[in-house]
Design a protein around this ligand. Sequence first.
Ligand code: CUA
Length: 239
Amino acid sequence: MIDTYVPNGSSFAGDIDHVILVITAITGFWFFLAEAVLFYLIIKYGEQEGVRAKYVAGEDPKEKRWVAWPHYITLLFDIYIIFAAISVWQDVKQTMPQADETVRVIAQQWAWTFVHPGADGKLDTPDDIRVVDELHVVKGKTYHFELQSRDVLHSFSIPIFRLKQDIIPGRTVRGWFKPTLTGGYDIQCTEICGIGHGIMPARIIVETPEDHAAWVLALTPTQAAITPSEQPTQLGGMP
Ligand code: CUA
């Protein structure tokens, strides 16, 4: 249902959508029921000529039942929501499945630098590929990401993955995702990070293994160009 508007593009997006739908259905049901009762009572017991308003303190046990029972039922629904949410939280945020590759995401006012492992599949080697505002990943591979900030709080959000994670200066925040849809999609900063916050979008390009290999090859510097003291910089990548 949600994926009609925002495609479902990661291994856990469907589980998160399910929790959102469960919460929407439960709160929606109670909202409409409560409003219906409220309007019914307003119409039925509204101001009437010659009838004095009755003061109801709600202290009689028979009156209290009207508050207590809906309360118990709501608590039961709450417990159900908590269990549904915790199992997804455990899977998405508390467990890190084995990674095929790791990417580093560096946020700053107001741009993203994405550090991809090069052909060797490892970060912090001379063939790393640094790209500004464009992250390239392979469909079906499990990625770990390392989030870093050069200045203030930012938040790394990929709507099609249903992924959102704050980035805290001075720390490396880790997480994971597994893309399941090829194509180019939005990345957005979702933490107010200064006047340029609104102009801090980027793109994620989810590719087939062949397309990704061709992209890596095109951006891999030749051996001769690499010196041990120099990190290769691509497409205006930051030092
Ligand atoms: Cu970075 Cu908002």
